[in-house]
Design a protein around this ligand. Structure first.
Ligand code: GRF
Length: 201
């Protein structure tokens, strides 16, 4: 069973999808901690109402990495899910959780990722490019935004009359089933990282 710390910055619909998969028995895990990059993230209120331990990480202090690592250790986290986390995770935390930290991105990486590509900006860029498909990507986290071995992807069509908001909802629906499935692959020890690629067994 995975002991997952979920990092959030926003609404937390992916956090709830992970929680639902655990409750339904399709994800063999427990959420041991929810960490927010801002105290007013609605995801933190939801976690607290479910009795899940929460914490807030200030990225302004000098000891952000040791503060995060301390909380992860205190709560026995063995893996991390970045579920709409808008900050770059400090390199010391990435190293400590190498190949045990996953991120969900609302587009088909390596396109439409990187610094500044979050939330609405991603979907606006997809629409501006005129591509016909978008989707969601779950990948292993390394020290740069939205890079790292891709574990799972799923496509959605981009429709002629899409707005950033209609496209975001279609992608989000996919995210909610993709992230728990990717985490379950880790729970089953089925992901090997070889030559920078995730090999699923
Ligand atoms: C999702 O689209 C996720 O891919 C992106 O931020 C959004 C978070 O939504 N990184 P939520 O907070 O899980 O509802």
């Amino acid at each position: 069973m995975l002991n997952i710390a979920v990092f959030v910055s926003g609404k937390g619909s992916n956090l709830r999808a992970i929680h639902d998969a655990i409750v339904q028995g399709t994800l063999d895990a427990r959420i041991c901690l929810v960490l927010g990059s801002r105290p007013d993230a609605p995801a933190l209120d939801w976690a607290a109402s479910e009795g899940i331990p929460t914490g807030v990480i200030s990225h302004r202090s000098d000891d952000t990495d040791s503060a995060i690592l301390g909380l992860l250790e205190e709560h026995g986290a063995d893996s991390i899910a970045l579920a709409g986390y808008l900050k770059l995770v400090p390199p010391a935390v990435v190293r400590a959780f190498q190949h045990r930290m996953l991120n969900i991105h609302p587009a088909l990486l390596p396109a439409f990722g990187g610094s500044g590509m979050y939330g609405r900006h991603v979907h606006e860029a997809v629409l501006a490019a005129g591509v016909k498909v978008s989707g969601a990507t779950v990948h292993v986290v390394d020290e740069e935004y939205d890079r790292g071995p891709i574990v799972m992807q799923e496509c959605v069509p981009v429709l002629e009359d899409d707005t950033a908001s209609t496209l975001a909802s279609r992608v989000l629906e996919v995210e909610h089933r993709l992230f728990p499935r990717a985490l379950q692959l880790f729970a089953e020890n089925r992901v090997n990282i070889e030559n920078g690629k995730a090999i699923i067994q």
